[in-house]
Structures are given as structure tokens and as C-alpha cells.
Write a protein that binds this ligand. Sequence first.
Ligand code: RAM
Length: 362
Amino acid sequence: MKKLRFFLMAFGASLTLLAGCKPDTPPASPTATSATPPTTATEAGTTTATTSAPAGKVRVVYIPKNTGNPYFDGVVKGFEQASKEIDIDFSTTAPAQPDPTAQISFIKDEIQRGANVICITPNSVDALNSVFDDARAKGVKILTVNADLTGNESHRDGAILPTDFDKLGANQIELIGSLMKYTGKFAILSATADAPDQNFWIKGMKEALKDPKYAKMELVGIVYGDDKDQKSVTEAEGLLTKYPDLKGILAPTSVGVAAVAKVVESRKVADKVIVTGLGTPNTMRRYLKDGIIPAVALWSPPEMGYIAAYASFGMSKGDVKMTPDASFKTGKMGSRIVGKNGVVIAGPPLVFTKDNVDKYDF
Ligand code: RAM
């Protein structure tokens, strides 16, 4: 616990920054109007806009990895808040499964419907390249959100990432390392095997583990829960069976970390197996408060959606160029600067514990 305190102190600045500022409640502009069109649920469980954009409005769609993941509801919330402040017509739609090619037909549909900007959390770094190229040839801007097309950045116009991906892998290793007293076996439970964000972070984790500080920690395996509760539960149970002396499970996915917490609770091994990773305060609150898990990290998904909405609006109007050193204004999130590769970073990660989790609502 002493180590965790040190770790939390290292994040003191970011915690202070966001503490007390509930990220999902930006001030409404005096001229705010609801720009969200009516939506319908389709049989596949997707949500699709049913109206076309009123003349003059910038039509922005956000396509998350898949439906049914509360993490992405937070991102959508941010888009919706911004759409009350700026003149965009916002909608969201997604496939039921986070498969590498599942988003292609959704992108094609949105091009047909007249989207000006397609914001997307891609399920693959390369499977969407050609449909993105088609969209851009028709004047549609492509903005990746929450994940980038690592190695294929030329197929999109820009990216809004939740935090600095170059640091997140090391950051997650330090979190679980501090909780495991830097000793013992641990495993990673990821989302899908193709997920660009997850793979980027896992690469960073492996790199970080080369630091002699972590020499007594052993990464015994990586499993994939596909951002599905049941698959994550099965994979976590498999880990516990295969490695009876496992000391930790690091799950950098909001669905995965909740599933692993549920497993260690039901197996009554929470005192032996440390669970941490990336999870939303609302999903992990009970596990934190009941002492099932000591800490979990994340950023604010609504803030990322909010920034993406402002970037989309500016890109569509031609006012915002997603080129290094360019900048654009957002409402409550101030001016944002575009970094290398056309990436904007939303903010620092936060660490939630039983003591601070109630300050956050997303
Ligand atoms: C999951 C998704 C997402 C990741 C979050 C933390 O829901 O995999 O991509 O960023 O968790």
C-alpha cells in the first residue's frame, strides 16, 4: 500500500487537475440547442440516426468499436455535450461485435448518408484503409478517436487519443508493479487481438518490463477477452487455473477489468491476486469500495468525445488543420494543440481508489 501511495502521489498533479471538475458537466452555451437526431435501435443492437442533417449543420458520426460497452457511452456523452454548444448534427452507430472488418459497412453507410466527418475507434490498424480512402476521396474527413491506425496514419486526417500512448504501457506496468511489490507472476487480459490501442499499449508494457526495476516480475501470458464479459470471465478463470501462484492480472480494458474483478471476487482470491488496469469509475466503484481491487486507472472518455466534436467541426469548416503545432479552441477544454502525426492528446490518466472514486461520474 505504501508503494501505491507513492504511485498516486506521482499522479497528484493530474488528480488535482480533474478533481472536483466533473468532466461530464461542461457549461452549456447560452445559444445551446440540442443537435442530436432521433435514433432507432436496429435488430443487430446498433443505434442509427434516422434523419438527415439540417442544412448548414456539420454532420458528425461516431463509430465506436462495438455496441454494449459502457466505456464508449462516455465518449458519446462528450460528443453530445459539444453538439449542444456548436452547430453539429451528431449521431452514433456501431457493429455488435468488435471485429476487424465489422465497421466497414457502417462507414460505407455513413458516406451515403452524407456524413461530413466520420469519427471512429478502429478495430484494426489496416483493415479499414481502403474504405477510409474512399471516404476521403469524397471529401469526408476521418478522425480516429481513442485509438490510432499505427503505421497507417496516412489513411486518416487526424486522431484524438485519450492520453499519451507512448507512456501508457509503462504507466500500467508501474501501477501493477507497485501493487505487486514488484515481485511475482502476472498476466495481461486484453480486449481483441487486433485492437490498435491495446496492441500499442502491450508493446509499451513489454518495453517497460525490460527496466531492471521489474526484473522480479514475470509476464506469464496474454489472453484476449474481446471486450465481452463472458469471454473475459472464461479467460480470467483459465489464467487462475493454469497459474495457481499468479499474483496479478492487468486488464487494460474496461470490460475486461470488471470481468476479472468479478472472477477474483467469486473465487474468493482477491487477497492473493491483484487486479488492476483501465476501468471506468462507475463500473469499478463497487469493487474498489469492497476491497476486491485496490486501484484502477483511466482518463475521461467524455472529455475525449468533447474534444473530438470540436476538432470535427473545425476540420469540416476548414478552420482546423490536424497538422503538428496547429491548434483549435474547444469550449470547456480550452485550446488544444495538434502533435506529431496529427494527434491530439485529451489528458493525463487518473488513478481511482476507494477514496477518490466518488468524485467521478462516467
Ligand atoms: C475498453 C476498450 C477501449 C479501451 C478502454 C479502456 O472498453 O478496449 O478501447 O480504451 O476499455
